[in-house]
Design a protein around this ligand. Structure first.
Ligand SMILES: Cc1ncc(COP(=O)(O)O)c(C=O)c1O
Length: 433
């Protein structure tokens, strides 16, 4: 097979093409490589295949939809499944988040939410609120809005000045106080007060919104310190700033409730999702919105467009069918709360890696874990990458960012799968020492 033409995303292309890792088939908890090796999926594809692979209801829904209605224009037209999916999805959302705007990815969801926040203030006569606040080490996708509020240096440094008027809270990752936390870390709620500091610097009347991931995933599994999100909510309320939760990885059951907002008891104003909305089977994202924010746009003559934003593939018919099949599968199998019942078994399993040479932290919540390794001197990210390659060789798929290994298995995971993932990881970490 020729591998020349495809320039792969977020991939070490030259390394990959010397020995391609190709997945050819999937079912349940497993992939199979092109040469027939079975691979246990420790990361739900990439935080998205929450119901496991090739689930019959989802497969059938997509197949039938392709034959029935391939594409309907989403501007000034609609199709029934778009409305059905939105109705079903808002039933799962935190109370008061009654509207859903569809996109095609997490990155698009983030840029949509940022634009909604700016436009919302403007339609209310507060167009002076133009600043957006993100957080260091945050990941909000790769479009210019998400990149600007995001805080991963490697993702940002090549791409110029990005959006103007953006500032960042400090990140909450603090191994000196919180290493080897079981569940949420004890220390760091006071870091939310950074928002007060930025309010003093910029004046709150210039700030439109703050965006954070309740649990940061892609940047390396950073858990919110106890009380941190509550404090952020209070400060936003005090100053009239919108709070956006980016739930692209925490949404749809990862933390033991449908959304991390519910698990942590903090309701944002806007909430971005993608991945688990369609079980990763057809690209789709969305922004959940509080009723009052939506309603602020609904003024002026009724024949005029209220929000000048959308995508050709917003609410694509195949994605909507996949979404309906996905939500039905989650409901039938109780998957959106399953992480809560497995959390302690999963947590104990991953914390059995504590004490291994070069493991400097293990952290977990719901069905997410981060295992942080001591970098090899002068070769950052290499130790974790070697662990990833070794695990793949032994038939388990994990994911790495820098020297952090992330685990986020499908929510159908059983105890024996957890044991195998952790045992394989243990061997690979020992060999990488
Ligand atoms: C929190 C968060 N936001 C946004 C994104 C971007 O999503 P996508 O890759 O679908 O554009 C991701 C992807 O991992 C994410 O984890």
């Amino acid at each position: 097979m020729k591998t020349d033409a495809y320039w792969m995303p977020f991939t070490a292309n030259r390394q990959f093409k010397k020995a391609p890792r190709l997945l050819a088939r999937s079912s349940g908890m497993y992939y199979w490589t092109h040469d027939g090796r079975q691979i246990l999926d420790g990361i739900a594809g990439m935080w998205c295949v929450n119901a496991g692979h090739a689930r019959p209801k989802i497969v059938q829904a997509i197949q039938e939809q392709a034959a029935e209605l391939d594409f309907a224009p989403p501007f000034q037209m609609g199709h029934p499944k778009a409305f059905e999916l939105a109705e079903e999805a808002v039933k799962l959302a935190p109370a008061g988040m009654t509207k859903l705007f569809f996109t095609n990815s997490g990155s698009e969801s983030v840029d949509t939410a940022l634009k909604m926040a700016l436009a919302y203030h403007r339609v209310r006569g507060e167009g002076h609120r133009t600043r957006l606040i993100g957080r260091e080490r945050g990941y909000h996708g790769v479009n210019f809005g998400g990149l600007s509020v995001g805080g991963m240096t490697a993702n940002r440094k090549m791409f110029g000045a990005m959006l103007a008027g953006v500032d960042h809270l400090r990140h909450t990752h603090d191994l000196s106080r919180n290493a080897f936390s079981v569940g949420l870390p004890e220390h760091g709620a006071e870091l939310a007060d950074d928002l007060e500091r930025l309010c003093v610097l910029h004046d709150p009347s210039t700030i439109a919104a703050v965006i954070v991931e309740p649990i940061a995933g892609s940047a390396g599994v950073f858990l919110p310190p106890k009380g941190y999100l509550q404090r952020l909510r209070q400060i936003c309320d005090k100053h009239g700033i919108l709070l956006i939760f980016d739930e692209v990885i925490t949404g749809f059951g990862r933390t033991g409730q449908p959304f991390a907002a519910q698990t942590f008891g903090v309701t944002p104003d806007l909430m971005t999702v993608a991945k688990g909305l369609t079980n990763g089977c057809v690209p789709m994202g969305g922004v959940f919105v509080k009723q009052a924010i939506h309603d602020a746009f609904m003024s002026g003559p009724e024949h005029l467009i209220e929000f000048f934003h959308g995508y050709t593939y917003s609410a694509h018919s195949l994605a909507c069918a996949a979404g309906l099949g996905t939500l039905a599968t989650y409901a039938e199998e109780g998957l959106l709360t399953r992480a809560a019942t497995l959390q302690s078994y999963f947590g104990e399993a991953v914390h059995s890696l504590n004490g291994l040479a070069n493991v400097i932290d293990v952290r977990n919540f719901g069905l997410v874990a981060g295992i942080e390794l001591r970098p090899i001197d002068g070769e950052p990210a290499k130790r974790a990458f070697n662990v990833f390659l070794d695990c793949f060789d032994k038939g388990v798929l994990v994911r790495t960012t820098g020297d952090i290994i992330a685990l986020s298995p499908p929510l159908i995971v059983e105890r024996e799968h957890i044991d195998r993932i952790v045992d394989t990881l243990r061997g690979a970490i020992q060999r990488a020492a």
